[in-house]
Design a protein around this ligand. Structure first.
Ligand code: MLT
Length: 258
């Protein structure tokens, strides 16, 4: 599948993989921070943003294959850094499992290595059906907002919340359902963490209620080459809620790779 994307800058490549049900605009504060030293490629994953949204189940492995196809099309075949937030982190872990030769390093932000518990997977199916029946994801997005942001972001950052809400509400029903069903069937990656050789920065918002700091710490500890950074004052959307701290941690990690 041909994904919509941006490609800016020159130097070692970093590929930014957005969360659900967002799009590449969630990285608005990261691209200008990274571009002076890196080539920054930012796709819309299938079903999101300006990329096609087929009526199907979007396995995380399929999303990973889309990204590999994009990079092949750009002749970016050397190993690159993949930075994924939440669902983007699931895709980054699928890339590490299936295409380790393409992975220079990983940034796993506010994500999980564990698969869904059965009730969580069943709940995703309920949500997929109601979004498809409504024809839009507005009710689902409304129910997600309080869990995505730290309380202080909800109180003090109305423009940020409105911008990201707009991106999420613009995602098609087919895209939302495909991603929900794909996330519900994703494998448990915890047993594989010990064999990820790539240097990995694990980032988590201090107040992340979706993929909590304890899980991030467990991921970092299970990785042979993992480092954990906690982003103060942020919830699940740490790159958006505290871009200064997120970018500083990312740049420090990226500079250490050379
Ligand atoms: C995300 O931010 O991508 C989602 O919270 C991931 C999920 O629903 O597991």
């Amino acid at each position: 599948m041909l994904l919509a994307f941006t490609d800016e800058g020159a130097g070692p490549a970093v590929v930014l993989l957005h969360g659900f049900p967002l799009d590449r605009t969630m990285w608005a504060e990261q691209v200008p921070a990274l571009v002076p030293e890196h080539r920054v490629v930012v796709p819309d994953l299938r079903g999101h943003g300006e990329s096609p949204a087929p009526d199907s189940v979007y396995a995380m492995e399929q999303m990973a294959e889309d990204v590999v196809e994009l990079l092949d099309g750009l002749a970016l075949t050397e190993p690159v850094v993949f930075a994924g937030l939440s669902m983007g982190g699931y895709v980054a872990l699928a890339l590490a499992a299936h295409h380790p030769e393409r992975v220079r390093a990983l940034i796993l932000a506010d994500t999980r290595a564990a698969n869904d518990a059965p009730e969580a997977a069943a709940n995703r199916e309920v949500n997929a059906r109601s979004v498809l029946a409504a024809g839009h994801p507005k009710a689902l997005v409304e129910s997600m907002i309080p869990k995505l942001f730290a309380p202080s972001s909800l109180r003090d950052r109305p423009e940020l919340v409105a911008r990201l809400r707009g991106a999420m509400e613009a995602t098609s029903a087919a895209g939302v359902a495909g991603a929900l069903r794909g996330m519900a069937m994703r494998p448990d990656r915890r047993p594989e963490l010990g064999s990820i050789a790539a240097p990995t920065l694990v980032v988590v918002g201090e107040h992340d209620a979706v993929s909590p700091p304890d899980e991030a710490r467990a991921i970092a500890e299970a990785l042979p080459n993992g480092r954990l950074v906690t982003i103060p004052g942020a919830g699940h959307l740490s790159p958006c809620e505290n871009p200064g701290a997120f970018n500083a941690a990312a740049l420090d990690f990226l500079r250490g790779l050379d």
